[in-house]
Every structure is written in C-alpha cells, then in structure tokens.
Design a protein around this ligand. Structure first.
Ligand SMILES: *Cc1c(COP(=O)(O)O)cnc(C)c1O
Length: 564
C-alpha cells in the first residue's frame, strides 16, 4: 500500500498505548482508548493531518466471563490485523536489554465522514527475526509485569518515532496521550544529536527544541495511572539511552516517572476538564497544566434513530455538532421520544438475548457501566438495599450494569461479585441485568437505550468521564456526582441532576442524595411529567452534546497545542 497520500504533508503524530479503532478490534481497555479513537475520528471528519501510533495488541485487553457467583475470568481476545490493516513495508529496531528487537507493523486507515483519512500505525514485534519472548511484547494490552510494560513503552515511544521516520512521515508535532509514550521525547532528544556536553549542561535551549514539538495530556489523578519504573530495571532494559544522570533529571530521581518525563519535555500540558486541570496543578505545581475538555465523537456515539432525527432537523451536525444547540426549541417532543423508544427497544432486546431477562419498556432503566474499580463506586446505588427495594416498590425502575475489572485489580473484581450479590438479594423486586464483556458495542447500545445514565465516583478522582457525554448525544440525561465533566455539564433539572455536592466527598451523604433525587425528582418526573422529562432530554442534547464533542476538543488541540 502506498503511503504517499500520507507522507507528502506535515502531520501531528498522536501516540497512545490504546486506540479504539472500531468495535471489532479489541485494542483498547476503556475511556483512554475510546478517547484516542474519538480524537482520530474527529481528526478524520475535520480533515486534520494526523497519524496515530499505537501497539497492535494482538491479544487485545481481555474478554470477560462472569460465572454465576459474579466471579470474573479473563480470556485473551485475539484479533487478526491482516483482516483490517495492511502490513507495513518498513522494519526498525529498538534496543532492549542490549538486544536488537525488530519492530514491524500495520497501517489502519480511519475514515471520516468527509474525504478525511487518518493513518494509524500499529506496532508489532511478532516477527521471525525476534526471539519467542520478544515476539510477545505487543500482544497483551496492560498485561504482564513491570518489565513487560517497560518493553512495550520502549516499542511505543522509541519504536514509534523510528517507524514514522522509516516510513517517510513528516511530523511537526507529537501528542502524548498519557505518559506511556513519553520515551518518544527521549528519542527526539537523542536524534537531534546535540553534543553530549550540551546535554549534560542540562537545560535549554536543547530541551526547549524538543518541548516545542511535544504536547502532553494527562488523564487521571489516580496514582496507579502514572507509570514509574525502578532505575535498575531501566538501566537493564533501556540500553539505547545510557545517560542516567540526564534521565533522572528529566524523569525523577527515585524512579523513572513517565508523567514527569512527559511534563518536562512538553510545551503544552493539559488535563481533560477544568477540575482535573486544577487537581493536576496541585499534584504538579511546577507545571502550567491547562484544561482542554474531553469530548466524544458525534457519529460514533449517536444511535441511528436519533442521528436520523438530527439529520432532518440539523443537517451538517456531524461536522458541526454545535448546531445541536437548537435542539431544545426545535425538536418535536414526540419525535425525540420515539427515537429514544427505538434505542431502548434495541437495548432491551439485547439484554434479553444475553441474559434471558425481560425488561418492561414502559418502566425507566438506569444504566451504570464503566471500569469496575474502587473509586468509581459501582456499589453506591446499593449501599442501602432495603431502601432501594422500598424505592422500587413505590416507583418501579430497572437497572443495567456492565464493566470489566483489570485482571490485577482484586478490589474491582470483588465489586463485580458484590453487584451480583445485590442482584440476587433484589430478585423479584428490581430487574437488574449485568452485561458481561463491556465493550464499545455494549456502550453504544447502553448510552442510547437507558433512560438515565448514572455515575457515582469518589471526588476528585474522575478526571473527566466520557460515557455521560455519549448519553447526552442520545438525549439521555445523567444523574451523577459533581466530578469530572459533570461539574461543567450539569444544569440541575435542565441537563440532568447532581448527586451530592461539589467539593464534598462523603459516601454516606452521596448515597443519601442519590436515593433522595431518585425518589423525589427523577422517578416521579419520568412517570408523571413526561413533557418535563423530554425537556431534560433535549437539554442534554442542546447544552451538552453541542459542547462535549471531540470536534470541539480537536479544534482546541489544534489552536492551543499543535499550532501556537
Ligand atoms: C466511554 C467508554 C468508557 C469510559 O467511560 P467513563 O464514563 O469515562 O467511565 C469505558 N469503556 C467503554 C467501553 C466506553 O465506551
């Protein structure tokens, strides 16, 4: 395949450990990868010149199976790159533990709704030239131990830069989506062939030259989200870069902190919501962390019946989602209600097919789906089972749940078991379904088909959250804790409802607020004041979908990070 159309103009290289390219390709674990996919999908729609760089992750993240006790087991999720992508002609090497490891790969072309096309490089070490162990380096997304992860990050950062060059790409800016790819900046430093003395003298102007070419987006204040590697491991593995003194200066004295490295070698640094940028500035006070709010890709996350409605009332909305700002006054109630009804029917059919449970389409469905981990508090809704049961007797509703726990997150796995426990306790009182193997496809059905999207994280740990934005595109209001994007997205009673209070994290109070809102506001409005309900549905589209989309996000990255 000729790369000419992609190498003839200057591009921004977008590096991410995971990218959700399409539902059939399991090269993502959750929000970060979905955002990376939405980034490139918007770039394609807007015809921005970019190129994605990621690992091929042949074994995917994992397929989740859940037994009757709610115990999660994981299976490799193999996919065949040759079915979706073309083999690259170039191969390069990176040095790992003093060995030359060969890196080849694939090129996947992401198509926009216009003529825009974004090439995505999927780096692959499964080559005959490599030993058995090295061939597996690009198999498992977030699998293996610390040394496996470091090898992956060497392939992504160092290998990614070398591959782009070998293929003839002309890159004027590099965007690090999280710190996993920060070694790319070291490689840039290396290949700018500054004299060793200059480097050792430290500081500018050499580092400034690199910084000008790099942007960094941090995605979480959660400690585990920031990779740190012991220097004895780094010294053993990263044999291309021998200047440990410089490395410690850039990445931290005690361990190689990938976030520090990215922070020190990037000119523009951003968090993903206003609150997250604020929290990040507190964690990293030496750096100017700005906010570029996340968004979701309009066409990917709007269900078909709703998209058809938008097509007829707001032609061009896929390119210019701002047009949806008129949804509140211009969309007929009946049409939006019917479009949602079709999405709900589709979801309920899916639930029945997968779990055998039959939901009542006339009753409201609450949806909660995301990574299962402690700070997301999937169990908050169940903190008082008797109260929840009583609530369901007075105002019947149904619940659908989904989410994977990282294989090493035992707390997360226990949460899934607990949820199954609650489901058993509430049997006959509340219909609750848990859909196994949460994925992009499940998310598409869920965010469109439920009536209320629930999010109850522990403040201030939800940097953004994007699934509620997806719900907004489908006219589904959120009922959420005031954290992440919801601080900016919530207009009480107009786009959805708040759980608890801003800047106050207290599980008992949040639970109390959640029950109170359901009992006195949300459920009665759904069953008794349909026109008011539809007004909230429209508010979520006009106020939130019009703003929290990845087109707006990309226009901001271009003007505030890539071109300055
Ligand atoms: C959107 C999405 C996420 C992220 O959702 P949050 O609200 O940020 O937790 C995770 N997984 C999948 C499959 C998604 O589609």
């Amino acid at each position: 395949m000729s790369l000419k159309p992609y190498t003839s103009n200057l591009r921004v290289a977008y590096f991410s450990m995971e990218i959700a390219l399409q539902p059939e390709i399991p090269t993502y674990s959750g929000g970060l990868g979905i955002l990376a996919g939405d980034t490139l999908r918007s770039a394609a729609d807007l015809e921005l010149n970019m190129v994605g760089v990621t690992l091929v992750s042949r074994a995917g993240y994992f397929q989740q199976e859940i037994d009757s006790e709610g115990r999660q087991t994981e299976q490799a999720d193999w996919w065949r790159p040759e079915d979706y992508a073309s083999a690259l002609e170039a191969k390069i090497t990176v040095s790992i533990e003093g060995r030359s490891v060969w890196v080849g790969g694939w090129i996947y072309i992401l198509r926009g709704h216009t003529n825009g096309r974004e090439p995505v490089i999927l780096l692959d070490t499964d080559l005959a030239e490599n030993n058995e162990e090295d061939r597996k380096v690009t198999n498992h997304l977030y699998g293996g131990d610390e040394s496996y992860r470091l090898k992956q990050e060497i392939v992504l950062g160092v290998g990614g830069i070398r591959m782009l060059q070998a293929l003839g790409f002309r890159i004027f800016h590099h965007h690090m989506n999280e710190g996993h790819s920060a070694l790319l900046a070291l490689e840039l430093l290396h290949r700018n062939s500054f004299a060793d003395e200059d480097l050792r003298a430290g500081e500018t102007p050499y580092l400034a030259t690199i910084r000008e070419q790099c942007s960094f987006t941090t995605h979480t204040p959660v400690e585990a989200g920031h990779d740190k590697f012991h220097y004895d491991l780094v010294g053993r593995m990263l044999t291309d870069f021998s200047d440990l003194k410089l490395l410690k200066k850039l990445a931290g004295e005690d361990r190689m902190n990938m976030t520090r490295l990215a922070l020190n070698l990037s000119e523009t640094i951003n968090g993903v919501t206003k609150r997250h940028a604020q929290v990040s500035r507190k964690i990293f006070p030496e750096y100017a962390v700005r906010a570029i709010n996340n968004g979701v890709h309009p066409a990917t996350w709007t269900c078909k019946p709703m998209a058809e409605l938008f097509d007829s009332y707001f032609p061009g909305w896929q390119h210019e989602p701002e047009l949806l700002v008129r949804a509140d006054c211009c969309l007929p109630d009946e049409l939006i209600w019917n479009a949602h009804g079709l999405a709900k029917q589709h979801l309920l059919e899916g639930i029945e097919k997968i779990t055998g449970q039959r939901f009542d389409p006339t009753l409201p469905v609450l949806g909660f789906a995301r990574r299962m981990t402690a700070y997301k508090r999937p169990d908050l809704l169940f903190s008082d089972i008797d109260r929840l049961a009583q609530l369901a007797r007075e105002h019947p509703f149904q619940i659908v749940l989904a989410g994977k726990a990282h294989p090493a997150d035992h707390g997360g796995k226990r949460l899934i078991e607990n949820l199954h426990n609650y489901m058993r306790q509430l049997k006959g009182v509340v219909s609750i379904a848990f859909l196994p193997n949460y994925s992009m496809a499940t998310a598409q059905a869920l965010v469109a088909g439920v009536d209320v999207w629930l999010n109850t994280p522990m403040q201030p740990l939800e940097a953004s959250g994007t699934s509620g934005m997806k719900a907004a595109f489908n006219g589904v209001p959120s009922l959420s804790v005031l954290d992440g994007w919801w601080i900016e997205g919530c207009i009480e009673g107009l786009t959805g409802w708040a759980v608890g209070e801003a800047n106050q994290s207290d599980a008992a109070r949040d639970a109390e607020s959640l029950y109170h809102k359901l009992e006195h506001v949300v459920l009665p409005m759904y069953s008794q004041r349909r026109d008011e309900w539809i007004k909230v549905m429209k508010g979520s589209i006009s106020k939130n979908a019009a703003f929290f989309n990845s087109h707006r996000m990309m226009r901001r990255y271009v003007t505030e990070a890539y071109i300055r």
